[in-house]
Design a protein around this ligand. Structure first.
Ligand code: GCV
Length: 721
């Protein structure tokens, strides 16, 4: 028996080492799984419509498109499609941008080209000389690549490819990831390992992962990446590092991805040997002009700079008595001759300003409307505080009609449970993008402001703070991949529904089985509301623990800056809870258009989702459900916990549709999430109960530990801090 046991043990060890890397590859492949189809009617349908690939173009980007199509179709359909260059035969997929199409094909595409921009694509079933083909084209080769990914998505999702006529183009120009990656490879607010950028081995060692990163981004239309943290290090602008940046830019270029860097405002002093970084100083201006020249010599399509200035201790023009316009325009002038752009962040607040933090960025930036150069775009966070589980849209979106504005979302889950909690963010992004600013009239949504449709602006964009690291699965949580995917899809089309995105992502990442899709998509959609419920219901915000922002810390009141303390935000006392931002309080509501102001300002009409964001409300105030505020708050916390339990139940039934490794990973993470949802509920309710002085309503579970216990929990090594 012991012998058999030994053999069995060896078998298990062997199985683990041989099979685990295979399973892990699934995690690594993201939504580009290209699984072999097993359903024979579907395979034969595809095979009868696809006999080969005709590639009319030979650029680096076109080659990527051809390879991707060939490899993916071969894998999914179990065939060996040949790539040829002559437009002959029947049932071929023809790839080529407008200029290389034969006159017959051009004719068949007709006026469709008028409906796309430089990055758009057309996928069309055409008949030429009695031969049927599917043409994937665009004005440029990058459009063809985007078209290929879109076509492959159809096949991945078992969609029909008969009579295709798809015309699509991105609605925003800059669709960009912001990496908060430091040069030592730590990632600020990063929860998926270390930075992908291996600065020590660059430029000579090109990690194949850079290519996979570019490929994944191109597949969802992301066309820019800021490689470095907004809390910037000037060294990235030295020749030693620029050489490395150039190597990355060379990898990303054929995938349509431009590289951008963060510019530390004091760089002229730190690496330039100047005495000042004053934007009005001639030497400083010249230093930046020369720096731009040096960068563009290496990287002719360099995107430009992202700048965090005079915010949270970062240097900026105000250090020299200048303002944001002076700083941004000086940099804009340096990159303008090369077509570069400055993304200037509006994330500013000061501990020396006694005003409500939520009002400060608006107060500082709105007077600058119309004063920036044409190649400056102001990057505004989705809400006025800081990437909370729920925030009303930032009032700046409704107030700077003469300035290009781009929105900044946070894909990494700094305030939403790191990469431990399953939260589907496209639901959050959609809520913000759909918000009506009433800037011009009813229906002036945030989406319309940032996609330029309102102002006809050519400079438009969406930024997402990346959740990517060197973990095998890229994002720490397998479902956090959906947030990267969803961000890309919504950056391409800010009107895209989160439900469509969840459906696409699940089919491409896991399975087309309806028995899997339906419950798991519903779980994803619900997950955003769940996190709001168990962390910050009814408009509460920023009550996370100190510094690292993991777990509850509503009691924290001793941080050096007042607005870093949770007590600043919830203002719980014997009379009630919430931040009075109405006319009777800080009057932050007045920063919105009158229609919105009216809605938020009145306690009766303020959406309950935002109640405690805008109002200090008595514990006995009756909500629409007829319950008191205290009871409703308690019920919301309980609901959040119950929702996570439902998410666990849903996931536990998916074992037969998902590979063992990902199934187990998600299962373990959901177990943690459930434990932590209860932690949030218990800690917050015990803490607030001190002020409400009320019992928990029936149906809300009692806390498992004392408030002192929750207060004693410390996480000195929380990641990303
Ligand atoms: C990169 C918050 C985060 C910081 C981040 C900052 C910003 O304050 O906690 O880590 O700094 O936002 O967006 O600049």
């Amino acid at each position: 028996m012991p012998h058999i046991k030994k053999i069995f043990f060896r078998f298990i060890v062997l199985f683990f080492f041989v099979c685990c890397p295979l399973f892990a590859q699934k995690d690594y492949k993201l939504w580009l799984q290209y699984e072999k189809k097993t359903d024979s009617p579907i395979i034969s349908d595809y095979l009868s419509n696809i006999k080969g690939i005709i590639a009319l173009e030979n650029t680096a980007t076109s080659k990527i498109a051809q390879n991707e199509l060939q490899i993916a179709l071969n894998a999914m359909l179990g065939s060996q499609f040949q790539v040829t260059v002559k437009p002959e035969g029947n049932h071929k997929i023809i790839l080529g941008s407008k200029l290389v199409l034969t006159p017959e094909i051009q004719k068949a595409i007709g006026s469709d080209f008028e409906r796309i921009n430089e990055e758009g694509y057309i996928i069309k079933s055409v008949s030429i000389k009695n031969n049927k083909h599917i043409v994937i084209t665009g004005k440029k080769d990058i459009g063809v690549l985007y078209g290929v990914y879109s076509f492959l998505r159809l096949v991945q999702m078992n969609k029909s490819i008969k009579n295709l006529h798809l015309i699509d183009a991105p609605k925003t120009n800059i669709r960009i990831l912001n990496h908060w990656d430091n040069l030592d490879r730590t990632v600020e607010r990063g929860y998926a390992g270390f930075s992908l950028w291996n600065w020590q081995k660059l430029p000579d060692f090109i990690d194949p992962r850079y290519i996979d990163y570019a490929r994944a981004n191109a597949s969802i239309g992301i066309n820019g990446t800021v490689l470095t943290n907004v809390n910037a290090n000037a060294l990235i602008l030295t020749p030693q590092y620029l050489e490395k940046v150039e190597a990355l830019a060379n990898v990303f270029r054929p995938y349509g991805i431009k590289v951008y860097l963060t510019a530390r405002f004091s760089a002229p002093i730190e690496i330039g040997g100047l005495k000042t970084a004053d934007p009005k100083d001639l030497d400083v201006m010249n230093w930046w002009k020369n720096k731009a020249k040096e960068i563009y010599k290496r990287i002719p399509d360099f995107g430009g700079f992202l700048v965090k200035a005079n915010s949270e201790g970062q240097p900026g023009p105000q250090n020299y008595g200048r303002d944001h316009v002076d700083g941004a325009n000086m940099l804009a002038d340096a990159v303008a001759p090369f077509g570069g752009v400055i993304m200037w962040r509006a994330f500013v607040y000061s501990e020396h300003d006694a005003n409500d933090r939520a009002k400060q960025a608006y107060a500082e930036f709105v007077p600058y409307d119309g004063k920036f150069r044409d190649n400056v775009i102001v990057q505004v966070k989705n809400g006025a505080i800081d990437f909370q589980p729920r925030e009303p849209f930032h009032p700046i979106f409704g107030a700077m009609p003469k300035t290009p504005l781009m929105i900044e979302f946070q894909i990494t889950q700094e305030y939403l449970g790191f990469s431990t909690h399953l939260v589907f963010l496209p639901k959050l992004f959609q809520e913000v993008l759909e918000s009506d600013t009433f800037q011009k009239e009813k229906g002036t949504t945030v989406a319309k402001i940032i996609d330029g449709s309102l102002s006809n602006s050519k400079l438009t964009g969406i930024a997402g703070v990346s959740n990517i690291g060197n973990d095998v699965n890229w994002t720490g949580h397998p479902f956090a991949q959906a947030n990267w995917y969803g961000f890309g899809r919504q950056a391409w089309n800010p009107d895209l529904d989160a439900e469509v995105i969840a459906d696409e992502w699940l089919r491409c990442t896991f399975s087309n089985d309806e028995k899997f899709i339906k419950p798991v998509a519903a779980m994803m959609i619900k997950s955003r509301e769940a996190v709001v419920n168990y962390m910050t219901p009814l408009g509460l915000h920023h009550i996370m623990d100190t510094g690292h922002h993991y777990g509850p810390g509503p009691w924290v009141s001793d941080l050096s800056r007042p607005e870093w303390n949770p007590v600043y935000y919830h203002k719980a006392d014997k009379n009630g809870i919430g931040f009075d931002r109405s006319k009777t309080g800080t009057n932050a509501t007045a920063q919105y258009a009158p229609e919105v102001e009216k809605l938020f300002d009145n306690l009766e009409t303020c959406p309950e989702n935002y109640l405690l964001w805008f109002h200090h409300v008595s514990w006995d105030y009756k909500l629409k459900n007829g319950q008191t505020l205290w009871n409703s708050l308690a019920f919301k916390y309980q609901e959040g916990v119950d929702q996570v339990k439902e998410m666990q139940d849903t996931w536990n039934k998916t074992g037969k549709y998902v590979d063992k490794e990902r199934f187990k990973e998600v299962q373990m993470l959901l177990d943690i999430q459930y434990k932590e949802a209860k932690w949030w509920r218990d800690a917050c309710l015990l803490y607030f109960q001190q002020y409400s002085g009320k019992e928990l309503p029936v149906g809300v579970e009692n806390a498992s530990h004392s408030l002192d216990y929750f207060k004693s929990l410390k996480f000195p090594f929380a990641p990303g801090n």
